[in-house]
Design a protein around this ligand. Structure first.
Ligand SMILES: Cc1cc2nc3c(=O)[nH]c(=O)nc-3n(C[C@H](O)[C@H](O)[C@H](O)COP(=O)(O)O)c2cc1C
Length: 143
């Protein structure tokens, strides 16, 4: 089992609908390939954590790379992982743009700022820490 994390810049402004569309379009494909994880979005960037077998993860990532919906794609991490972090999430989406101001302010303080929004990390530990911070917040995931 492997874990891959990447960060990218969206080609257009990101809304809840953008994230919802991506989750819906990937759900079936991810289930078929045994891939799961989480997708975080600010108004300008994506951060995605994908878990699955080596071949499935490569195939999925190279498909995602070709998507014109984003660019400046940077691999943050790709390595074997001992166990799944996302046991029961096929793929969950979290918008970091419409959290309440207090929460967003705290994330900015902890992770920094980029393009007026929360900055997505470029280190594995920090990216995973953010996924857990965001998933613990009361705001419901986007489905
Ligand atoms: C930020 C982002 C994340 C995506 N995540 C996934 C994903 O986890 N799984 C997936 O199959 N497709 C994902 N996609 C969509 C793929 O890029 C691609 O459009 C979709 O799988 C259909 O591929 P196809 O047109 O080659 O069949 C994502 C796209 C974007 C922009």
């Amino acid at each position: 089992m492997y874990r891959l994390i990447y960060k990218s810049r969206s080609s257009g402004p990101v809304s809840r609908e953008t994230v919802s569309r991506i989750i819906h379009s990937s759900m079936e494909m991810n289930r078929k390939h045994g891939v799961r994880g989480a997708l975080l979005a600010t108004a300008t960037h994506f951060l995605q954590v994908l878990e699955g077998e080596y071949e499935a993860l490569n195939e999925t990532f190279f498909r995602i790379l070709k998507d014109p919906g984003h660019h400046d794609i940077r691999i943050v991490h790709f390595a074997p992982a001992g166990r799944h972090l996302f046991q029961d999430w096929a793929m969950r989406g979290f918008g970091v743009f419409d959290l309440n101001r207090n929460l967003e302010e705290r994330l900015r303080e902890k992770y920094g700022e980029e393009d007026g929004g929360v900055r997505f990390p470029e280190e594995e530990w920090s990216a995973l820490s953010m996924v857990f911070d965001v998933s613990m917040m009361d705001e419901p995931a986007i489905s």
